[in-house]
Each structure stands twice: as C-alpha cells, then as structure tokens.
Design a protein around this ligand. Structure first.
Ligand code: DQQ
Length: 505
C-alpha cells in the first residue's frame, strides 16, 4: 500500500479494498491540509475536469496521480456530492492504457450527457489527441470509445506552429449541434481557443480560432504563450470565455475571462481581465447546476517545493465552489456558494467600531485556522490615504502573520505573505488585485481560511487566492489593521468551519 520514493513513504492511491477514509486518516494531523475544501485521500491532484450533474448528484473528476504527490501518469480521480460541499471518493474514472493513445496520461477534458449516455471527452497524451470514454453503470466505470482518438492532431494550419500543444476539450450542445473548444498555441503569435463542431461527438469539423491572444501585447494583461482549459459560459444575452494562461515553458499564470457575444460562429469580445488573482487558482471549470446557477471550481496550486510535497504526501487542492455570474457592469461576479454556510459552527461578531492606527485592535480570544470571515469596512469619502483590513495566522510572539487589506492609495486588495511563514522555502510573494471603490462604496470582504488555503472575495467581483504555510501551531490568532487614518468597521462575523469528512481527518 505504500510506495518508497527516494527514501520517503508515499501513500499509494487506495485500491478498492482500501477505504479512502483510511488513507485520509493517515494524513490527519497535518495542519496545512485543508478540511473543508475537496482534495484526494493522498498524493497529487490538479485541474477539475468533467464536472457534471447526473441523477441529482454532482460528479467532480480531477487530474490525479495515484502514485505520488507530483504531476505524472495522470489519471482521472472522481468524487461525488449531494450538496456541493461534502464529497464521497469514488474509484479512479480514467486510467492510462499502456500502448493506447492515452498510454502516458489522461489529461483534462469535460463530461456531457449524450442522449442518456454519460460521455467524457479528454486529452490523451502523447501526442496530445482528443479521446472519448462512456459509462454504462451510472458513471462508475468508463470504457474507451472504439474510434479513439476522435481528434488525432491539431488542425493543418497549426500543425507546426502549435508544437502539438492542443488540449482540454470543452463541449456544449446548441440546436442539436455539438460544439467543442480546445486550448492551443501558435508559436510567436500567442494562445488560441479553437472551435470545432459535430453531430455525433465522433466526427469533428474544425471551424476556426474563436479567440486569439497576442504574445506581444500587455494591454490590459499579458495573455501568455499557450491557453489551456477553455470554458464557454452562456449567460443568454452575453457569453463568456474563460481560459488559463501558460507563460513560456510550464509557468502557470492565472485564468483570464473575455466577455462578449457569440454571433455566426464567431466571438465578438467586449471586456477582458484576470478572473482570480494570486497566481495560485488555475484551470477552472464551470458547471451549470439544476437550479440554473453557474458554479466554478479551480485547482489551488501548492506554494512549496516538490520536496516539501513529497514529505507531506499530498499536493494540490480544489477551490471552494464559486458562483459565477454576469454583473450589470458586464464584469463577472464571483462569490462562494451559499451551500458552504452549513459548515458554520462557533460564531463571533463585532460591529460598528472605529479602527484607529494608534489602537490597531487585536481580536482577543478568537483563534482558528479553519474560518469563514466576513467584514464590512467604510473608508469614508476619501479612501486614498487609508489602509485597513485583517491579520490572520498570527503567532502570539508576532513572528508569523498574514495580512489581508485594502490599500486605498494604490487601489489594491492585498494578501501580504511576507511574514506568513518562518520557512524560507515557501512562496511568500505578495498577491494583489486591482479594486476601485466608487465614492461612498464600502468594502465587503469574504475570506475562507482552511489550513494552507486562503481565498479572499471582495464586493462580489474581485477574488484572490493563495497558500500559506505557517510553521508554528500557535499561528492561529487574528487581528485588525488600520493605517493612514480611522476606518469604520461596520460589521465583522467570524465562524469556525466544520470538516467535510465524517471522521476527523
Ligand atoms: N493540466 C492538464 C492539461 C492542462 C493542464 C494536465 C492545466 O490537460 O492543459 O494535467 O493545468
């Protein structure tokens, strides 16, 4: 059951006869390990893939390496939920077939309901091709399609310029026709999203690039060299493309969005930006739920070394479920799904107090490393000179702390990790997102802290995520910050959050 890798014991993925909960228990006590965000029992995970609702249950597949906490021989892991919050581990869904088109891995893709037959479209490697798998037993086991690969190579015009990088099928159906997007690159030009269509999911006609990047432009954001994991989200009057940006070789930046309108199989772009800031949240996938919401999960990357992941025995975690909407100003709205509220336990409340720089108040008696925090701050008529927010994961001696604040002068929402850990090997770069407050607009912060995971949502549209690795077990204190002048704290709510697993893990 264990595998020795370079002197370390690495948990092997639980086989059918080894209940996943036991594998989870083996990692209990690791205070960096999240308890209310989904992650596999052990080892590696990356992108969410194949999100689908089937007979009232939500199926979350994900990129998994069952043989260790590193990216290699990628399989599809599988978890199932009744409420979007608690998950059951199911057996691996896709396993590379030696000698087959996916012999070296089953990379990202999607799942659709093909007239009653659950069908996965995924990236088989190497070379990168699109393959199908179907299930006849309620999504438990999956069989390869006899005509695999159904898209065997990049389209002729991109044969050489893509360098074979074309992957991550995303499929939807409109008026009886299936449409498919693939992420791609054109050397020296930029990232691409390719559009295909089909009537049977097997024969695909390549149409054209739906969106193209410009590797030479930085306006409004650099869009990198390769686009991965495209998503098409239809809000009726507007459509949104979401994709993740790779820079150079293997450097993963962040997901971008472009809003616009799909017309005559073309896409007319409108606004564009970074969907989630912090260089941690990557490769999101969306799911339209039965009640009409668009939910999104992303992969929260580690911010520690491969050696630290080997020692921990796990790497990668799924983001919280995020509701994606389109706001009146045409920008995406982002907020944690309300289902998370069932995990709220002990509650602390404070309100209407003035945070003055002289008395940056401590939150006495409140401790925790699994918390939901909501704070409403009023910066008054001129926020330009002010800075205010929260301190968390603080040690009593002040050696470790992470600060989350709004900097009015720079109009930035900031996660300052410079002193987040005494470990010099972990990522402690400051993460920031632009955020402009309209005159009189308050700042509504919504934080989710879960071991090493920190997600920050602000004013229903700005989102930052990153990882924290404090070394001291007592780094679980909280405090408030104010600088430049007084800021009013209108309301503060803090909840301890329950684990999503039935036994302590
Ligand atoms: N991860 C997958 C690829 C995808 C990348 C491989 C994004 O299919 O492009 O695990 O993280």
């Amino acid at each position: 059951m264990g595998l020795i890798v370079e002197g370390q014991v690495v948990m092997d993925f639980p086989a059918e006869n080894e209940p996943p909960l036991d594998a989870r228990l083996a990692l209990a006590g690791d205070f960096h390990r999240p308890l209310f965000h989904y992650l596999p029992p052990a080892n590696w995970m990356n992108d969410p893939s194949g999100l689908i609702q089937w007979e009232g249950r939500t199926h979350l597949f994900y990129q998994a390496n069952p043989h260790g906490p590193f990216h290699g021989t990628i399989h599809w892991g599988h978890a199932v939920s009744d409420d979007l919050v608690h998950w059951e581990d199911w057996p691996l869904a896709l396993i590379p077939t030696p000698g087959g088109p996916d012999g070296e891995g089953c990379w990202s893709g999607c799942a659709v309901n093909h007239d009653g037959i659950p069908t996965i479209a995924y990236t088989a490697v190497f070379p990168q091709t699109v393959c199908l798998a179907t299930s006849r037993d309620g999504l438990r086991t999956w069989q390869p399609h006899p005509q695999n690969p159904v898209i065997p190579a990049p389209p002729a015009p991109l044969d050489r310029r893509s360098g074979g990088h074309f992957r991550d099928p995303f499929i939807w159906r409109k008026n009886g026709v299936w449409y498919l997007l693939l992420g791609c690159k054109s050397e020296g030009v930029g990232g691409l999203i390719l559009l295909y269509r089909s009537t049977d999911l097997v024969d695909w006609e390549y149409l054209h690039p739906l969106l193209e990047g410009d590797v030479h432009s930085r306006d409004p954001n650099w869009t990198g060299t390769m686009w991965e994991c495209p998503n098409f989200v239809d809000f009726g009057s507007q459509q949104v493309l979401i994709f993740s940006v790779q820079a150079g070789h293997d450097e993963l930046l962040h997901p971008l969005y472009t809003t616009g309108r799909m017309e005559n199989l073309g896409f007319i772009p409108d606004q564009a930006g970074i969907l989630v800031h912090g260089r941690c949240f990557y490769a999101p996938q969306v799911l339209r739920t039965g009640d009409g919401r668009i939910l999104m999960w992303g992969w929260l990357q580690e911010g520690r070394s491969p050696e630290a992941c080997m020692e921990a025995g796990w790497a990668g975690v799924m983001s919280t479920p995020i509701v994606l909407s389109l706001r009146a100003d045409g920008r995406p709205g982002l907020a944690p799904a309300v289902e998370l509220q069932q995990l709220r336990r002990k509650h602390w409340q404070a309100g209407d107090l003035v945070l003055s720089p002289e008395a940056a108040p401590l939150l006495m008696g409140i401790r925790g490393d699994r918390l939901e925090i909501q704070a409403v701050l009023d910066f008054g008529a001129d926020p330009a000179a002010l800075l205010a927010g929260l301190r968390l994961r603080c040690s009593p001696d002040g050696r470790e702390e992470t600060r989350v604040f709004y900097d009015g002068a720079r109009q930035l929402l900031v996660i300052d990790r410079v002193r987040s850990s005494l470990d010099s090997t972990v990522d402690k770069r400051t993460a920031a997102a632009p955020l402009e407050l309209n005159p009189g607009e308050r700042l509504s912060l919504h934080l989710l802290l879960d071991g090493s995971v920190l997600e920050v949502f602000a004013n229903g549209h700005t989102c930052l995520a990153c990882r924290l690795y404090p070394t001291l077990s007592e780094s679980d204190r909280l405090g408030l910050i104010a600088a430049g002048g007084p800021v009013r704290l209108i309301a503060l709510d803090i909840w301890e959050m329950a684990s999503i697993w039935p036994r302590p893990t």
